[in-house]
Design a protein around this ligand. Structure first.
Ligand code: HEC
Ligand code: HEC
Ligand code: HEC
Ligand code: HEC
Ligand code: HEC
Ligand code: HEC
Ligand code: HEC
Length: 458
């Protein structure tokens, strides 16, 4: 969904927004009954609400009407912060964000019938679940520092007293993307990166506003808080420290906090080339938003710009991904290469080196061969987490185990190269030696039943 700032909406849309809002606000006693009556009559021209009078329940607030009452009650309160509705907060928010009180329908994003059933053990792969009761107090208080208190109420990512539909922006010079209007005023973390170390400062959102989108995400996905315990049987499911992963002093990373380390001409071609899923043409000095990869799944034909409204509420793609990415189930013998398996990558990268034998846009001449040409070599199983598994064509994550970066992997190679647990050592050695992009590389490892012993490739 592409959204505009409230200040720049078309007159027709502005009228529609007001029509819905007037009804909701009237129900909450926020606008005069006359305006509400004309809104209810269904005649948009009768809604005499000059732009200056448009009252969003999220402010700016006037001193004459009790705009606070749509959400707060002093004496009949049902939950913390004197709110009118009982927990979870989403009940209060959905009373308007259901397509009636606001055009921004968030309730349907959570009730999408294509989402997997709300199984508590897997729901978090597909949603930031804001619909179950939590131990939430207030987002402006430091609720996550050093403790296991992982939850997501709406206000953990949105300040209900502030906000706009201003888009996220970044200059093309490696500065990170700003928080989008809907996340204005929310708390987060400022990060000071040392060489392989991170120090965090809590920002309460109002007195100390966040200045980059990732600062919101790191509040709950970095070593600042207590992350989920690791699962020794399934390293591919571990929730790792995104603060460490995106630290720009690392060898190789997706460029969220600063531009990346691979400025090679082939990298530039990988980013500028075409693909069936292509949305964004970036350069080697670009940064990307967490929400360029993690957001509600895209409808066919949708073409948001990189800074557009991309909400990480709920996606039918595991990992709350904008597009599908197959990274855990290996391919059985005979399953052919398909662009759709790696659609997420092709939002930004060309599929050329993988779908065709061309090496114009890659420093690794073996991409096509591994992704597309392994007929039948292995006989192992199909789990990326099991040593010795692998039968047919390879998937990206066997060589690029972590999409975020190599900072938390055993081998910290450049090129985002880190081998998955299914890849075996040969005589105790598992290595990739690479003097420089695309020159003199050798591999020592066993994969899909095939041994490479200091094998060099063009
Ligand atoms: C759209 C609903 C909504 C409206 C309108 C609203 N509030 Fe709130 N308010 C909330 C929610 C939700 C919280 C809890 C925030 C959290 O969980 O961090 C809250 C929290 C507060 C708090 C606790 C301190 C804090 O950290 O935010 C105060 C004080 C407050 N509101 C005052 C007001 C006043 C005064 C108004 C009117 C000028 C107002 N609110 C209007 C939803 C609203
Ligand atoms: C009384 C109705 C009402 C309630 C309750 C409400 N909202 Fe809204 N919200 C609106 C309206 C109206 C807009 C203006 C945008 C539009 O409809 O086009 C809006 C806009 C927003 C936006 C977009 C940014 C902005 O400020 O324009 C966010 C984010 C948002 N609301 C979050 C929340 C959250 C979180 C809650 C619950 C704590 C909540 N809202 C409760 C009516 C409501
Ligand atoms: C207030 C805390 C909080 C904030 C802020 C937050 N998240 Fe989350 N996120 C969670 C929790 C809790 C889960 C459930 C899984 C877990 O406990 O790690 C989750 C799950 C996820 C998942 C799916 C995890 C999986 O295993 O597949 C992704 C991806 C994600 N968040 C990305 C983001 C991004 C991107 C942002 C910033 C826009 C963000 N989160 C902001 C708390 C948060
Ligand atoms: C280039 C795309 C991309 C970007 C940018 C990105 N991620 Fe991810 N992220 C992924 C993929 C792919 C996965 C693996 C999904 C899966 O298999 O569950 C993932 C997994 C996750 C998970 C699940 C747990 C884990 O550690 O694997 C969380 C949480 C997460 N990302 C948060 C973030 C945050 C926070 C940011 C920004 C600071 C971010 N991501 C930026 C692609 C991306
Ligand atoms: C983990 C953080 C997170 C949680 C939890 C969350 N949101 Fe959002 N929300 C975002 C981000 C990020 C955006 C996208 C901002 C952008 O790019 O414009 C967004 C966008 C929105 C918008 C703008 C319209 C849209 O749908 O994209 C509304 C309204 C909104 N959220 C309301 C809510 C409500 C209501 C809840 C609780 C049911 C909620 N959000 C929970 C992070 C979150
Ligand atoms: C068999 C291992 C292997 C697999 C599988 C693999 N890659 Fe790579 N990839 C590499 C190596 C090695 C490099 C580093 C090349 C260099 O710089 O010398 C690389 C580099 C890259 C680069 C950086 C541009 C460049 O060539 O320097 C991109 C982008 C990339 N891979 C994307 C992918 C995607 C997308 C997939 C899945 C569709 C994938 N890779 C699958 C081994 C692999
Ligand atoms: C939102 C855009 C975006 C998406 C989606 C994306 N990438 Fe990238 N990727 C980039 C950018 C920008 C760079 C350049 C970083 C640099 O110059 O160091 C990059 C670099 C890389 C590199 C080389 C890193 C290095 O240090 O040499 C690899 C490998 C890679 N991406 C693989 C993937 C894979 C696999 C996926 C899908 C899971 C993916 N990318 C999805 C934007 C993206």
């Amino acid at each position: 969904m592409t959204r505009q700032s409230r200040q720049t909406v078309s007159p027709a849309r502005a009228a529609a927004v007001r029509l819905f809002s007037v009804a909701a606000l009237a129900a909450a006693g926020l606008v005069a009954p006359a305006a509400a009556a004309s809104a209810a009559s269904g005649a948009p021209s009768a809604v005499v609400l000059p732009a200056a009078n448009f009252v969003s329940p999220h402010g700016p607030y006037s001193t004459t009407s009790d705009q606070c009452a749509s959400c707060h009650r002093a004496h009949t309160t049902k939950s913390s912060a004197l709110l009118v509705d009982s927990a979870p907060q989403s009940k209060l928010c959905f009373s308007c964000h259901n397509g009636l009180g606001s055009t921004l329908n968030v309730a349907t994003q959570y009730s999408n019938p294509d989402l997997p059933p709300n199984d508590p053990t897997t729901a978090s792969y597909y949603t930031h679940d804001a619909t179950k009761p939590t131990v939430h107090i207030l987002a402006s208080s430091d609720e996550f520092g050093g403790v296991t208190n992982r939850h997501t109420e709406c206000s953990d990512c949105h300040d209900p007293h502030e906000g706009s539909m201003v888009l996220s922006t970044s200059s093309p010079d490696g500065t990170p993307w700003t928080p989008a209007g809907p996340n204005t005023g929310t708390s987060g973390l400022a990060v000071t990166n040392g060489s392989g170390t991170q120090a965090y400062t809590f920002l309460d959102g109002t007195k100390q506003p966040i200045t980059a989108e990732y600062q919101l995400c790191l509040k709950c996905h970095s070593g600042y808080t207590k992350l989920l315990p690791k699962d020794p049987a399934h390293p591919s499911r571990d929730s790792l420290d995104a603060g460490a992963e995106f630290n720009p002093t690392g060898t190789s990373f997706h460029p969220v906090e600063a531009a990346g380390t691979n400025a090679s001409p082939k990298m530039a071609l990988s980013l500028s080339g075409a693909s069936p899923y292509k949305l964004w043409n970036l350069t080697t000095s670009s940064t990307v938003r967490c929400t360029n990869c993690h957001a509600n799944g895209l409808a066919t034909g949708a073409t948001p710009a990189a800074g557009d409204d991309l909400a990480p509420h709920a996606s039918t793609n595991r990992g709350i991904l904008l597009r599908n990415y197959r990274d855990r189930g290996l391919k059985p013998n005979g399953e052919v290469y398909a662009d759709a398996d790696f659609a997420l990558c092709y939002l930004c990268h060309t599929n050329e080196p993988f779908a065709t034998s061309s090496t114009t846009a890659t420093n690794f001449g073996g991409h096509f061969k591994h992704l597309n040409q392994i007929a039948t070599t292995g006989s192992g199983g199909l789990s990326i987490d099991t040593i010795g598994d692998g039968q047919g064509n390879a998937i990206c994550s066997e060589c690029h185990f972590r999409t975020h970066s190599t900072a938390t992997t055993t081998d910290q190679y450049r090129g985002l190269v880190a081998f998955a647990p299914d890849v075996e050592a040969v005589n105790g050695v598992l290595s990739w030696t690479s003097p420089g992009a695309g020159s003199g590389d050798t591999c020592t490892l066993k994969c899909h039943g095939k041994t490479h012993n200091a094998l060099s490739y063009p």
